[in-house]
Write a protein that binds this ligand. Structure first.
Ligand code: KIV
Length: 277
């Protein structure tokens, strides 16, 4: 295995190389992402939609996230695994945030991510020895408050507010910041203003790295796709076509073929033939 990616290395990567992050929710996905050489794997709460068929991220529980973090971290890997803190696992108090972060690290995560301007929670989790990734812009756990999945920071005051929040998270000790669905100049301005790397998702090319959701990138997500999604494969179509051929082979007696059956010792078939017992 190659040398694992570390938090200090990621922090010094700014301006030297672009960081690559993808989401993953299970062991094979994590293995493929790692083999492709990504720097970070995010066990994102978007797995609620991508893997569990739900309509938003709000129902994801801490138990579910811990379960998926265990699966993703089951195999040795190079990429650093970030565990998303689900809705309801850090909003009640700073103490709740620290306990939830500890749970996800005990499940195998190397760092946690939480949404919104949560400087106090970030500082407390960092003080507990856990690296924190911030997440600003469109924060899907605030779906109802934001009035839908809308681009954030389009007006100058809102963009300036995002910049201040980003600086507060940096001061609180976040080592990385995800920026979601903001105009490209806002992504670039926040990236310039911070010493820590930014990872964009719909935040333009000026960020220090980019992240996409696995199912979006590989072409098996359902429903409307955000503007920033680029589909690098049509895995859904490949899977449906293969499963259709399997179904046809079974129905038409082409599967299994003789070389797909276990060899039978001499005499066994004869002994089991009708009328032989
Ligand atoms: O849950 C998730 O997949 C995320 C990404 C959109 C950054 O938070």
């Amino acid at each position: 295995m190659e040398t694992p990616v570390t938090v200090p290395e990621l922090m010094t990567s700014k301006g030297r190389r672009r960081l690559v992050m993808v989401t993953a929710a299970d062991a094979p996905s994590a293995r493929w992402a790692d083999a492709a050489g990504v720097d970070l794997i995010l066990v994102g709460d978007s797995l609620a939609m991508a893997s569990l068929g739900r309509s938003n991220t709000l129902t994801t529980t801490l138990d579910e996230m811990a379960h998926h973090v265990q699966a993703v971290t089951a195999a040795p890997r190079r990429a650093l695994v970030v565990a998303d803190m689900p809705f309801g696992s850090y909003q009640a108090s700073v103490e709740q945030a620290v306990c939830s972060a500890c749970r996800l690290v005990a499940a195998g995560g190397a760092a946690v991510k939480l949404e919104g301007p949560r400087a106090a929670e970030t500082a407390a989790i960092v003080a507990a020895g856990i690296p924190v990734v911030g997440h600003l812009g469109l924060t899907p756990q605030s779906l109802h408050q934001l009035g839908g999945y809308r681009v954030q920071g389009k007006e100058v005051p809102a963009a300036r507010a995002l910049l201040c929040q980003a600086q507060e998270l940096e001061r609180a000790g976040a080592f990385l910041l995800v920026l979601e669905a903001v105009p490209a100049p806002v992504g670039a301005a926040i990236t310039r203003a911070l010493a820590i790397p930014t990872i964009g998702i719909g935040a333009g090319p000026g960020c220090d790295g980019q992240v996409l959701v696995y199912a979006d990138l590989l072409g098996y997500a359902t429903g409307p796709q955000p503007r920033f999604v680029r589909r690098y494969a049509e895995v859904g179509a490949v899977a449906t076509e293969a499963l259709g051929r399997f179904a046809a082979d079974v129905r038409e007696g082409r599967y299994p073929a003789p070389d797909e059956c276990y060899p039978s010792p001499p005499g066994l078939a004869e002994a089991l033939a009708p009328g032989e017992d």
